[in-house]
Design a protein around this ligand. Structure first.
Ligand code: PRP
Ligand code: ZN
Length: 215
C-alpha cells in the first residue's frame, strides 16, 4: 500500500462516474467489478503511482483532512456537512442533485413555519443554515438514513433530503417544496499534501481539469 498520491472515492452514486472520469484521463488499474467499499486499488497515471480507495461518502472528508488520503471525490452535500478541514479544488460536474425541503402531499399548500416545526434530515448543518436564513424556528432531527419515512411515522413535519431522480420522495408521498442547495461531485484535497506532494497532486488535478475541458 505505498503510493505517490492516495485518492479516496465515494461509494454509491458517485462511484461509477468517478471511475469513468479517472479511467478516461489515463488512470490504469481501476476495475469496476471488483472494486467494492473498503478496497484499495494500485493504479498508475503515467509515472505516478496512485492508491485509489473506495469508502463511504461521509468518511471521504475525514480521510482527506487527516492525511490518510491526499485527494478525494465527494458530493457537495457531504462536503458542506463536514467539520473536517479540507480544500475544495474542483467542481467535477457529475452527480448533480439537490438538497430540498419536502413535505407530505396534503401539506404542500400554506407552507409556513406554523406547519413546519420538526424537520428530519441527514444534513443538520445545511438545514439549520437554511432555516436561519428564513428566520424559521425549527427543530432539526438528525437521522442517518431512510429520512423519507419520518413524516408518515409522525417523527417530523418535513424533511430536508437529497433528491436525484425524485423517486424516493414520490414513493414516500412527499413533494419537494423548495430547493435548499444544488449539489455535484467535488474534488477535495489535504492542505499539507499541496506542499509536500505538490508535483504529484498537480499531475492528477491537471488531468482532471483536462477531462472537464474536453467534455
Ligand atoms: C439519497 C436520499 C434519498 C435518495 C434520493 O440517499 O437520502 O434516499 O438518495 O434519490 P432519488 O431522488 O434518486 O430517489 P443516498 O443514496 O445518498 O444514501 P446514503 O445515505 O447511503 O448516501
Ligand atoms: Zn450519502
Amino acid at each position: 500500500m505505498s503510493a505517490d498520491v492516495v485518492i479516496a472515492l465515494s461509494k454509491g452514486r458517485l462511484q461509477e462516474p468517478s471511475i469513468k472520469l479517472f479511467t478516461a484521463g489515463g488512470v490504469q488499474g481501476l476495475k469496476l467489478q471488483r472494486f467494492v467499499a473498503g478496497t484499495w486499488a494500485d493504479c498508475v497515471l503515467g509515472n505516478l503511482n496512485l492508491g485509489i480507495l473506495l469508502i463511504r461518502d461521509d468518511d471521504v472528508p475525514t480521510y482527506v483532512a487527516r492525511g490518510a488520503a491526499d485527494l478525494g471525490v465527494v458530493g457537495k452535500d457531504v462536503l458542506d456537512e463536514t467539520t473536517e478541514e479540507v480544500v475544495e479544488i474542483l467542481d467535477l460536474g457529475f452527480g448533480q442533485c439537490r438538497l430540498s425541503l419536502a413535505v407530505p402531499l396534503d401539506q404542500q399548500d400554506g407552507l409556513s413555519n406554523g406547519n413546519i416545526r420538526r424537520v428530519a434530515t441527514k444534513y443538520p448543518r445545511t438545514a439549520e443554515q437554511f432555516f436561519r436564513t428564513l428566520s424559521w424556528q425549527v427543530q432539526i432531527i438528525k437521522l442517518h438514513g431512510a429520512v423519507e419515512i419520518a413524516p408518515a411515522l409522525g417523527l417530523s413535519d418535513a424533511v430536508v433530503d437529497l433528491v436525484s431522480t425524485g423517486r424516493t420522495l414520490k414513493e414516500s408521498g412527499l413533494v419537494e417544496v423548495q430547493v435548499v442547495k444544488e449539489c455535484s461531485a467535488r474534488l477535495i484535497g489535504n492542505r499539507a499534501s499541496f506542499r509536500l506532494k505538490s508535483s504529484g497532486l498537480k499531475i492528477v488535478v491537471d488531468m482532471l481539469r483536462g477531462q472537464l475541458e474536453a467534455n
